[in-house]
Design a protein around this ligand. Structure first.
Ligand code: SF4
Length: 222
């Protein structure tokens, strides 16, 4: 993975996203003076784990600032405190790349490795980035369950599945739905974005319930 990540962080395939990931650091007064990562954000966790948590993209002042996926923003606060509650992480917070966070049997990454404006990637950008996601999933030789956070993650995973010869017809994104592809299962869940959490679309209880479902599908009960 080291070689892979070394190549990944040099990627400049998407002109719009390269510009945005570099510009965004100057737009937030809360982090004035802080050096943003502003490069593609690699996945994090246990690549030999049985669980993959798949998000949309790094957040502007989260992964794009700290250099680690789901780190240093509101979505990370929500996600990691819930992962900790069900025993997937060693600590309940994800604040910086050197905070000592570990995930058990779980790897976390995003469909897109660079932050898109308004969290809306173009189809071409997703296509450009798909080779990286494919490599990550292919590297997870013990993978049993993929938790797709939102429709972009679901669509990205489905694209991967089709490329590998799986039939994804009729498999629409539905919160809480479990799809069985034989080799792996997919559990769909709303993305833990501030918008979904603050509007009540995704409550803490709902998210914890989904995480227990993921652990159950991966046959992990501790
Ligand atoms: S989104 Fe992916 S393909 Fe596009 S520049 Fe970033 S790493 Fe490269």
């Amino acid at each position: 993975m080291q070689e892979f990540n070394k190549k990944l962080i040099e990627c400049r395939k998407c002109d719009r996203l390269v510009r945005f990931r570099e510009e965004v650091s100057g737009r937030n007064s809360r982090y004035a003076g802080e050096n943003f990562w502003s490069r593609p954000v690699p996945g994090f966790g246990d690549i030999s784990g049985s669980i993959l948590v798949l998000g949309l993209a790094p957040a502007a002042t989260g992964g794009n600032r700290t250099g680690r996926v789901f780190t240093g923003d509101k979505s990370s606060d929500f996600l990691v405190s819930c992962l900790h509650e069900v025993g997937i992480s060693n600590i309940p917070t994800s604040t910086s790349i050197d905070d000592g966070l570990e995930y058990y049997d779980t790897y976390i990454t995003a469909v897109l490795k660079c932050v898109p404006p308004n969290d809306k990637p173009a189809g071409e950008e997703i296509n450009n980035c798909s080779e990286y996601l494919e490599f990550e999933i292919d590297s997870m030789s013990n993978l049993k369950v993929v938790l797709t956070l939102g429709t972009v993650a679901h669509t990205g995973f489905n694209k991967y599945l089709r490329k590998k010869g799986f039939d994804t017809r009729g498999k629409k994104f539905v919160h809480g739905e479990v799809y069985d592809y034989g080799k792996f299962k997919e559990v769909c869940c709303y993305h833990p974005s501030p918008r979904n959490v603050n509007t009540g679309r995704l409550s803490r209880k709902q998210f914890i319930d989904v995480l227990w479902k993921v652990k159950h599908q991966a046959n992990r009960f501790h």
